[in-house]
Design a protein around this ligand. Structure first.
Ligand SMILES: [Zn+2]
Length: 102
């Protein structure tokens, strides 16, 4: 451990000794750091994907919920209209019966 580590720059081909970055072009040389960076990038991508999935899944559920709400709203509206009609008919019959009884 602790010996000189020569790493060839993947970008410009210069050999660098004990350096994380190429002394010529500044490219990151350390395999470990590159891996860490790639891992972090991977993590980021995975997190982004997960967030997107999370975002897309609830919106799907929400749209379903919205549809349910719409159906319920229409249904209650219909029920209310039926109720009004029934009440009107009832009132009419009540009026009719009072009229007939009189
Ligand atoms: Zn370089």
């Amino acid at each position: 451990m602790g010996g000189t580590v020569q790493i060839k720059c993947p970008n410009c081909g210069l050999f660098n000794t004990n350096a994380d970055h190429c002394s010529n072009c500044g490219t990151l040389l350390s395999y470990k750091k590159r891996r860490e960076l790639a891992f972090k990038q991977d993590e980021k991508n995975r997190r982004l994907r997960r967030e997107q999935e999370k975002k897309s899944t609830p919106s799907f559920i929400e749209s379903g919920e919205a549809n349910k709400f719409l159906v319920i709203r229409v249904f209650t509206k219909v029920l209310k209209s039926i109720g009004v009609v029934v009440m009107a008919i009832g009132a009419f019959f009540a009026w009719l019966f009072t009229f007939l009884a009189a």
